[in-house]
Design a protein around this ligand. Sequence first.
Ligand SMILES: NC(=O)c1ccc[n+]([C@@H]2O[C@H](COP(=O)([O-])OP(=O)(O)OC[C@H]3O[C@@H](n4cnc5c(N)ncnc54)[C@H](O)[C@@H]3O)[C@@H](O)[C@H]2O)c1
Length: 382
Amino acid sequence: MGLPFGMALADKGQNVALYDINEATIGKVNDGIVPFKENGAEPVLKRVLKAKRLRATNDPSVIGQSKIVVTVIGTPVDEHLNPRVHDITRAIKEIEDQLRDDQLLIMRSTLYPGVTDKVQRYLKKRGKKTLVAFCPERIVEGHALTELYELPQIVAGCTPEATKRATALFKVLTDKVLVTKPKEAELAKLFTNTWRYINFAISNQFYMIAQAGGMDFYNIYDAMTTDYPRLKAFAKAGLAAGPCLFKDTMQLSAFSGNNFFLGHSAMLVNEGLPDFIVDGMQHKYDLSDKTVGVLGMAFKADKDDPRESLSYRLMKRLEVEADTVLCHDPFIKDPRFVSLDEITKRADIIVVATPHSEYRDLDWKGKKVVDMWNYYGNGGLI
Ligand SMILES: NC(=O)c1ccc[n+]([C@@H]2O[C@H](COP(=O)([O-])OP(=O)(O)OC[C@H]3O[C@@H](n4cnc5c(N)ncnc54)[C@H](O)[C@@H]3O)[C@@H](O)[C@H]2O)c1
Protein backbone atom coordinates (compact mmCIF):
# COMPACT_ATOMS: atom_id res chain seq x y z
CA MET A 1 0.00 0.00 0.00
CA GLY A 2 2.89 2.37 0.79
CA LEU A 3 4.73 1.74 -2.48
CA PRO A 4 1.86 2.51 -4.92
CA PHE A 5 0.89 5.56 -2.85
CA GLY A 6 4.48 6.83 -2.89
CA MET A 7 4.78 6.16 -6.63
CA ALA A 8 1.53 7.99 -7.39
CA LEU A 9 2.67 11.05 -5.43
CA ALA A 10 6.14 10.97 -7.00
CA ASP A 11 4.61 10.68 -10.47
CA LYS A 12 2.68 13.88 -9.71
CA GLY A 13 5.91 15.71 -8.89
CA GLN A 14 6.34 15.15 -5.13
CA ASN A 15 9.66 14.00 -3.65
CA VAL A 16 9.07 10.74 -1.83
CA ALA A 17 11.26 8.63 0.45
CA LEU A 18 9.94 5.15 1.27
CA TYR A 19 11.18 4.09 4.68
CA ASP A 20 11.07 0.32 5.28
CA ILE A 21 12.88 -2.26 7.41
CA ASN A 22 12.90 -5.00 4.77
CA GLU A 23 16.29 -4.82 2.99
CA ALA A 24 15.25 -7.16 0.17
CA THR A 25 12.21 -5.04 -0.67
CA ILE A 26 14.25 -1.83 -0.51
CA GLY A 27 16.82 -3.30 -2.95
CA LYS A 28 14.13 -4.41 -5.41
CA VAL A 29 12.30 -1.08 -5.37
CA ASN A 30 15.50 0.90 -5.93
CA ASP A 31 16.31 -1.45 -8.85
CA GLY A 32 12.93 -0.66 -10.44
CA ILE A 33 11.30 -3.97 -9.51
CA VAL A 34 7.78 -3.87 -8.04
CA PRO A 35 7.86 -6.71 -5.47
CA PHE A 36 4.22 -7.72 -6.02
CA LYS A 37 1.69 -7.84 -8.86
CA GLU A 38 0.34 -4.36 -9.48
CA ASN A 39 -1.09 -3.39 -12.87
CA GLY A 40 0.99 -0.85 -14.78
CA ALA A 41 3.30 -0.20 -11.82
CA GLU A 42 6.74 -1.06 -13.22
CA PRO A 43 6.94 1.75 -15.86
CA VAL A 44 5.79 4.27 -13.24
CA LEU A 45 8.42 3.05 -10.76
CA LYS A 46 11.16 3.24 -13.38
CA ARG A 47 10.00 6.74 -14.36
CA VAL A 48 10.01 8.16 -10.83
CA LEU A 49 13.34 6.52 -10.01
CA LYS A 50 14.89 8.00 -13.15
CA ALA A 51 13.50 11.43 -12.25
CA LYS A 52 15.00 10.94 -8.75
CA ARG A 53 11.67 11.71 -7.14
CA LEU A 54 11.44 8.43 -5.23
CA ARG A 55 13.81 6.17 -3.34
CA ALA A 56 13.45 3.42 -0.76
CA THR A 57 15.65 3.43 2.32
CA ASN A 58 16.13 1.90 5.74
CA ASP A 59 17.53 5.17 7.10
CA PRO A 60 15.01 6.54 9.62
CA SER A 61 16.46 10.05 9.35
CA VAL A 62 14.30 10.53 6.21
CA ILE A 63 11.36 10.80 8.61
CA GLY A 64 12.82 13.90 10.22
CA GLN A 65 13.67 15.38 6.81
CA SER A 66 10.10 15.12 5.45
CA LYS A 67 7.35 17.72 5.59
CA ILE A 68 4.70 15.02 5.63
CA VAL A 69 5.08 11.56 7.15
CA VAL A 70 2.64 8.82 6.11
CA THR A 71 2.44 5.56 8.06
CA VAL A 72 0.87 2.41 6.65
CA ILE A 73 1.14 0.32 9.80
CA GLY A 74 -2.17 -1.34 10.47
CA THR A 75 -4.09 -2.79 13.37
CA PRO A 76 -4.07 -6.60 13.14
CA VAL A 77 -6.35 -8.73 15.29
CA ASP A 78 -4.84 -11.13 17.83
CA GLU A 79 -5.68 -14.79 18.51
CA HIS A 80 -8.75 -13.68 20.50
CA LEU A 81 -9.84 -11.42 17.62
CA ASN A 82 -9.05 -8.27 19.60
CA PRO A 83 -7.43 -5.40 17.68
CA ARG A 84 -3.70 -5.02 18.37
CA VAL A 85 -3.59 -1.23 18.60
CA HIS A 86 -0.14 -1.34 20.18
CA ASP A 87 1.48 -1.96 16.77
CA ILE A 88 0.71 1.58 15.70
CA THR A 89 1.40 3.22 19.07
CA ARG A 90 4.73 1.34 19.28
CA ALA A 91 5.64 2.50 15.77
CA ILE A 92 4.81 6.12 16.67
CA LYS A 93 7.02 5.81 19.77
CA GLU A 94 9.82 4.42 17.57
CA ILE A 95 9.76 7.45 15.24
CA GLU A 96 8.83 10.01 17.89
CA ASP A 97 12.31 11.53 18.11
CA GLN A 98 12.21 12.23 14.38
CA LEU A 99 8.86 14.02 14.44
CA ARG A 100 8.91 17.82 14.27
CA ASP A 101 6.31 20.44 15.22
CA ASP A 102 5.89 21.69 11.64
CA GLN A 103 5.23 18.22 10.25
CA LEU A 104 1.98 16.50 9.32
CA LEU A 105 1.65 12.84 10.30
CA ILE A 106 -0.90 10.95 8.19
CA MET A 107 -2.04 7.49 9.16
CA ARG A 108 -3.24 5.63 6.10
CA SER A 109 -4.01 2.04 7.02
CA THR A 110 -7.14 0.88 8.79
CA LEU A 111 -7.26 1.93 12.45
CA TYR A 112 -9.40 0.91 15.38
CA PRO A 113 -11.80 3.81 16.11
CA GLY A 114 -10.18 6.31 18.45
CA VAL A 115 -6.55 5.48 17.61
CA THR A 116 -5.95 8.66 15.55
CA ASP A 117 -7.06 10.84 18.48
CA LYS A 118 -4.98 8.66 20.82
CA VAL A 119 -1.85 9.24 18.74
CA GLN A 120 -2.54 12.98 18.71
CA ARG A 121 -2.98 12.99 22.52
CA TYR A 122 0.22 10.97 22.96
CA LEU A 123 2.30 13.35 20.85
CA LYS A 124 0.80 16.37 22.64
CA LYS A 125 1.72 14.83 26.00
CA ARG A 126 5.28 14.41 24.74
CA GLY A 127 5.39 18.11 23.95
CA LYS A 128 5.05 17.69 20.16
CA LYS A 129 2.85 19.89 18.02
CA THR A 130 3.01 17.57 15.01
CA LEU A 131 -0.29 17.72 13.11
CA VAL A 132 -2.10 14.38 12.92
CA ALA A 133 -4.63 13.11 10.35
CA PHE A 134 -6.23 9.83 9.34
CA CYS A 135 -6.80 9.35 5.60
CA PRO A 136 -7.82 5.74 4.95
CA GLU A 137 -6.56 3.88 1.89
CA ARG A 138 -9.42 2.28 -0.04
CA ILE A 139 -7.67 0.91 -3.14
CA VAL A 140 -8.05 -2.66 -4.27
CA GLU A 141 -4.80 -4.58 -4.73
CA GLY A 142 -3.67 -4.64 -8.34
CA HIS A 143 -5.50 -1.46 -9.35
CA ALA A 144 -3.80 1.03 -7.05
CA LEU A 145 -2.37 3.19 -9.79
CA THR A 146 -5.74 3.87 -11.36
CA GLU A 147 -7.82 4.00 -8.18
CA LEU A 148 -5.46 6.40 -6.38
CA TYR A 149 -6.42 9.01 -9.00
CA GLU A 150 -10.09 8.03 -9.33
CA LEU A 151 -11.39 7.30 -5.84
CA PRO A 152 -12.44 10.16 -3.57
CA GLN A 153 -10.06 10.54 -0.65
CA ILE A 154 -11.42 10.69 2.90
CA VAL A 155 -9.46 13.22 4.94
CA ALA A 156 -9.82 13.55 8.71
CA GLY A 157 -7.47 15.84 10.60
CA CYS A 158 -7.40 16.10 14.38
CA THR A 159 -7.35 19.88 13.90
CA PRO A 160 -8.54 22.15 11.06
CA GLU A 161 -4.89 22.85 10.17
CA ALA A 162 -4.18 19.10 9.88
CA THR A 163 -7.25 18.69 7.63
CA LYS A 164 -6.14 21.63 5.48
CA ARG A 165 -2.63 20.28 4.97
CA ALA A 166 -3.77 16.70 4.37
CA THR A 167 -6.35 17.97 1.86
CA ALA A 168 -3.61 19.84 0.01
CA LEU A 169 -1.58 16.62 -0.27
CA PHE A 170 -4.47 14.54 -1.62
CA LYS A 171 -5.46 17.28 -4.08
CA VAL A 172 -2.20 16.32 -5.82
CA LEU A 173 -3.93 13.03 -6.72
CA THR A 174 -7.61 13.95 -7.06
CA ASP A 175 -10.10 16.81 -6.77
CA LYS A 176 -12.48 14.62 -4.80
CA VAL A 177 -11.69 15.07 -1.09
CA LEU A 178 -14.28 14.26 1.57
CA VAL A 179 -13.72 15.64 5.08
CA THR A 180 -14.87 13.86 8.26
CA LYS A 181 -13.81 13.68 11.90
CA PRO A 182 -11.04 11.10 12.62
CA LYS A 183 -13.33 8.63 14.38
CA GLU A 184 -15.88 8.92 11.56
CA ALA A 185 -13.17 8.17 8.99
CA GLU A 186 -11.95 5.20 11.05
CA LEU A 187 -15.50 3.84 11.10
CA ALA A 188 -16.04 4.66 7.40
CA LYS A 189 -13.09 2.41 6.55
CA LEU A 190 -14.22 -0.41 8.86
CA PHE A 191 -17.82 -0.15 7.58
CA THR A 192 -16.58 -0.30 3.97
CA ASN A 193 -14.62 -3.52 4.43
CA THR A 194 -17.24 -5.07 6.70
CA TRP A 195 -20.00 -4.28 4.20
CA ARG A 196 -18.05 -6.14 1.54
CA TYR A 197 -17.37 -9.08 3.86
CA ILE A 198 -21.04 -9.41 4.81
CA ASN A 199 -22.04 -9.05 1.17
CA PHE A 200 -19.80 -11.99 0.22
CA ALA A 201 -21.24 -13.97 3.14
CA ILE A 202 -24.79 -13.48 1.79
CA SER A 203 -23.75 -15.00 -1.54
CA ASN A 204 -21.86 -17.82 0.14
CA GLN A 205 -24.78 -18.64 2.44
CA PHE A 206 -27.23 -18.65 -0.50
CA TYR A 207 -24.78 -20.84 -2.45
CA MET A 208 -24.68 -23.35 0.41
CA ILE A 209 -28.49 -23.36 0.70
CA ALA A 210 -28.90 -23.99 -3.04
CA GLN A 211 -26.17 -26.66 -3.10
CA ALA A 212 -27.53 -28.45 -0.05
CA GLY A 213 -30.92 -28.51 -1.80
CA GLY A 214 -29.27 -30.07 -4.90
CA MET A 215 -29.83 -26.96 -7.02
CA ASP A 216 -27.74 -24.97 -9.48
CA PHE A 217 -26.93 -21.77 -7.56
CA TYR A 218 -25.77 -19.89 -10.64
CA ASN A 219 -28.97 -20.60 -12.54
CA ILE A 220 -30.80 -19.01 -9.63
CA TYR A 221 -28.21 -16.21 -9.52
CA ASP A 222 -28.68 -15.42 -13.22
CA ALA A 223 -32.46 -15.47 -12.90
CA MET A 224 -32.24 -13.05 -9.98
CA THR A 225 -29.69 -10.60 -11.36
CA THR A 226 -30.33 -10.43 -15.11
CA ASP A 227 -31.65 -6.93 -15.91
CA TYR A 228 -32.55 -6.42 -12.26
CA PRO A 229 -30.74 -3.28 -11.10
CA ARG A 230 -31.50 -3.66 -7.39
CA LEU A 231 -29.28 -6.75 -7.18
CA LYS A 232 -26.24 -5.19 -8.86
CA ALA A 233 -24.19 -5.60 -5.67
CA PHE A 234 -25.08 -9.33 -5.31
CA ALA A 235 -21.67 -11.02 -5.52
CA LYS A 236 -20.96 -14.49 -6.83
CA ALA A 237 -20.10 -17.19 -4.31
CA GLY A 238 -16.45 -17.95 -3.59
CA LEU A 239 -13.69 -17.86 -1.00
CA ALA A 240 -13.80 -14.43 0.69
CA ALA A 241 -10.44 -13.85 2.32
CA GLY A 242 -7.33 -11.65 2.32
CA PRO A 243 -5.57 -9.46 4.85
CA CYS A 244 -8.33 -6.86 5.32
CA LEU A 245 -11.95 -8.02 5.28
CA PHE A 246 -11.93 -10.59 8.10
CA LYS A 247 -9.64 -8.49 10.33
CA ASP A 248 -11.65 -5.31 9.85
CA THR A 249 -14.96 -7.06 10.53
CA MET A 250 -13.51 -8.39 13.79
CA GLN A 251 -12.24 -4.90 14.69
CA LEU A 252 -15.71 -3.52 14.19
CA SER A 253 -17.05 -6.31 16.36
CA ALA A 254 -14.57 -5.43 19.12
CA PHE A 255 -15.59 -1.78 18.79
CA SER A 256 -19.26 -2.71 19.19
CA GLY A 257 -18.59 -4.57 22.44
CA ASN A 258 -18.53 -7.97 20.66
CA ASN A 259 -22.25 -7.66 20.00
CA PHE A 260 -21.86 -7.58 16.24
CA PHE A 261 -23.84 -10.71 15.43
CA LEU A 262 -24.06 -9.95 11.71
CA GLY A 263 -20.25 -9.64 11.47
CA HIS A 264 -19.62 -12.85 13.38
CA SER A 265 -22.21 -14.69 11.29
CA ALA A 266 -20.48 -13.46 8.14
CA MET A 267 -17.20 -14.78 9.51
CA LEU A 268 -18.71 -18.21 10.23
CA VAL A 269 -20.20 -18.39 6.74
CA ASN A 270 -17.10 -17.20 4.84
CA GLU A 271 -14.60 -19.19 6.89
CA GLY A 272 -16.93 -22.20 6.71
CA LEU A 273 -17.12 -22.34 2.91
CA PRO A 274 -13.96 -24.48 2.48
CA ASP A 275 -15.39 -26.96 4.99
CA PHE A 276 -18.73 -26.97 3.19
CA ILE A 277 -16.91 -27.75 -0.07
CA VAL A 278 -14.86 -30.59 1.44
CA ASP A 279 -17.92 -32.04 3.23
CA GLY A 280 -19.83 -31.94 -0.06
CA MET A 281 -16.96 -33.66 -1.89
CA GLN A 282 -16.75 -36.33 0.77
CA HIS A 283 -20.46 -36.95 0.50
CA LYS A 284 -20.20 -37.46 -3.25
CA TYR A 285 -16.83 -39.16 -3.66
CA ASP A 286 -14.80 -41.36 -1.35
CA LEU A 287 -11.83 -39.04 -0.92
CA SER A 288 -9.69 -41.47 1.06
CA ASP A 289 -8.11 -42.97 -2.08
CA LYS A 290 -8.32 -39.86 -4.27
CA THR A 291 -5.76 -37.31 -5.40
CA VAL A 292 -7.24 -33.81 -5.31
CA GLY A 293 -5.76 -30.89 -7.25
CA VAL A 294 -6.28 -27.40 -5.78
CA LEU A 295 -6.06 -24.60 -8.33
CA GLY A 296 -5.07 -21.16 -7.03
CA MET A 297 -3.60 -20.36 -3.61
CA ALA A 298 -3.70 -16.53 -3.70
CA PHE A 299 -6.61 -14.94 -1.87
CA LYS A 300 -7.89 -13.38 -5.09
CA ALA A 301 -7.86 -14.13 -8.83
CA ASP A 302 -4.82 -12.92 -10.80
CA LYS A 303 -3.06 -11.67 -7.65
CA ASP A 304 0.14 -13.03 -6.10
CA ASP A 305 -0.89 -12.43 -2.48
CA PRO A 306 -1.30 -15.53 -0.26
CA ARG A 307 -2.10 -13.57 2.92
CA GLU A 308 -5.03 -15.07 4.82
CA SER A 309 -6.05 -17.01 1.70
CA LEU A 310 -8.77 -19.59 2.37
CA SER A 311 -7.20 -21.84 -0.27
CA TYR A 312 -4.84 -22.93 2.52
CA ARG A 313 -7.74 -23.84 4.78
CA LEU A 314 -9.18 -25.87 1.92
CA MET A 315 -5.79 -27.52 1.38
CA LYS A 316 -5.41 -28.39 5.08
CA ARG A 317 -8.91 -29.95 5.31
CA LEU A 318 -8.29 -31.92 2.12
CA GLU A 319 -4.91 -33.13 3.44
CA VAL A 320 -6.83 -34.83 6.25
CA GLU A 321 -9.58 -36.32 4.10
CA ALA A 322 -7.94 -37.13 0.74
CA ASP A 323 -5.12 -39.50 -0.13
CA THR A 324 -3.00 -36.81 -1.83
CA VAL A 325 -3.43 -33.06 -2.31
CA LEU A 326 -1.60 -31.26 -5.12
CA CYS A 327 -1.66 -27.44 -5.12
CA HIS A 328 -0.85 -24.98 -7.88
CA ASP A 329 -0.56 -21.23 -8.20
CA PRO A 330 0.93 -19.41 -11.20
CA PHE A 331 2.15 -16.45 -9.11
CA ILE A 332 3.17 -17.83 -5.70
CA LYS A 333 6.45 -19.71 -5.32
CA ASP A 334 6.17 -22.49 -2.76
CA PRO A 335 8.17 -25.74 -2.77
CA ARG A 336 4.97 -27.61 -1.81
CA PHE A 337 3.23 -26.60 -5.03
CA VAL A 338 3.33 -28.62 -8.27
CA SER A 339 2.97 -27.79 -11.95
CA LEU A 340 -0.35 -27.72 -13.80
CA ASP A 341 0.95 -30.62 -15.87
CA GLU A 342 1.36 -32.75 -12.78
CA ILE A 343 -2.15 -31.88 -11.58
CA THR A 344 -3.55 -32.72 -15.03
CA LYS A 345 -1.78 -36.08 -14.97
CA ARG A 346 -2.35 -37.14 -11.37
CA ALA A 347 -5.48 -35.53 -9.90
CA ASP A 348 -8.78 -37.44 -9.80
CA ILE A 349 -10.73 -34.34 -8.73
CA ILE A 350 -9.92 -30.67 -9.31
CA VAL A 351 -11.09 -27.84 -7.03
CA VAL A 352 -10.99 -24.28 -8.37
CA ALA A 353 -10.00 -22.38 -5.22
CA THR A 354 -8.90 -19.14 -6.92
CA PRO A 355 -10.11 -18.54 -10.48
CA HIS A 356 -6.88 -17.21 -12.04
CA SER A 357 -7.25 -16.36 -15.77
CA GLU A 358 -4.57 -18.95 -16.56
CA TYR A 359 -7.05 -21.72 -15.72
CA ARG A 360 -9.70 -20.46 -18.13
CA ASP A 361 -8.87 -22.53 -21.21
CA LEU A 362 -7.64 -25.72 -19.58
CA ASP A 363 -9.06 -28.98 -20.81
CA TRP A 364 -9.73 -31.24 -17.82
CA LYS A 365 -10.52 -34.20 -20.09
CA GLY A 366 -13.60 -35.37 -18.24
CA LYS A 367 -12.11 -35.06 -14.73
CA LYS A 368 -14.44 -34.07 -11.89
CA VAL A 369 -14.17 -30.32 -11.30
CA VAL A 370 -15.48 -28.69 -8.13
CA ASP A 371 -16.16 -25.10 -9.08
CA MET A 372 -17.83 -22.88 -6.48
CA TRP A 373 -17.08 -19.80 -8.66
CA ASN A 374 -18.91 -21.28 -11.67
CA TYR A 375 -15.70 -20.59 -13.55
CA TYR A 376 -16.35 -23.33 -16.07
CA GLY A 377 -20.10 -22.73 -16.12
CA ASN A 378 -21.19 -25.97 -14.51
CA GLY A 379 -23.47 -24.20 -12.04
CA GLY A 380 -20.97 -24.27 -9.17
CA LEU A 381 -21.81 -27.88 -8.43
CA ILE A 382 -19.65 -30.03 -6.21
N1 LIG B 1 -3.26 -3.59 0.45
C1 LIG B 1 -4.29 -2.74 0.42
O1 LIG B 1 -4.87 -2.50 -0.63
C2 LIG B 1 -4.76 -2.07 1.69
C3 LIG B 1 -5.83 -1.17 1.63
C4 LIG B 1 -6.24 -0.56 2.81
C5 LIG B 1 -5.61 -0.85 4.01
N2 LIG B 1 -4.59 -1.74 4.04
C6 LIG B 1 -3.93 -1.99 5.32
O2 LIG B 1 -2.65 -1.38 5.28
C7 LIG B 1 -1.70 -2.13 6.06
C8 LIG B 1 -0.50 -2.47 5.20
O3 LIG B 1 -0.95 -3.30 4.13
P1 LIG B 1 -0.01 -3.71 2.93
O4 LIG B 1 -0.83 -4.57 2.04
O5 LIG B 1 0.65 -2.53 2.34
O6 LIG B 1 1.10 -4.58 3.72
P2 LIG B 1 2.58 -5.01 3.26
O7 LIG B 1 3.00 -6.07 4.21
O8 LIG B 1 2.61 -5.28 1.79
O9 LIG B 1 3.46 -3.71 3.50
C9 LIG B 1 3.89 -3.31 4.74
C10 LIG B 1 5.32 -2.80 4.58
O10 LIG B 1 5.71 -2.21 5.84
C11 LIG B 1 7.03 -2.62 6.15
N3 LIG B 1 7.17 -2.49 7.60
C12 LIG B 1 6.67 -3.31 8.57
N4 LIG B 1 7.01 -2.83 9.79
C13 LIG B 1 7.71 -1.71 9.60
C14 LIG B 1 8.33 -0.76 10.46
N5 LIG B 1 8.27 -0.91 11.79
N6 LIG B 1 8.99 0.28 9.91
C15 LIG B 1 9.06 0.44 8.58
N7 LIG B 1 8.49 -0.41 7.70
C16 LIG B 1 7.82 -1.48 8.20
C17 LIG B 1 7.12 -4.04 5.64
O11 LIG B 1 8.45 -4.44 5.44
C18 LIG B 1 6.33 -3.93 4.31
O12 LIG B 1 7.16 -3.59 3.23
C19 LIG B 1 -2.47 -3.34 6.56
O13 LIG B 1 -2.91 -3.07 7.87
C20 LIG B 1 -3.65 -3.44 5.63
O14 LIG B 1 -4.73 -4.07 6.25
C21 LIG B 1 -4.14 -2.34 2.90
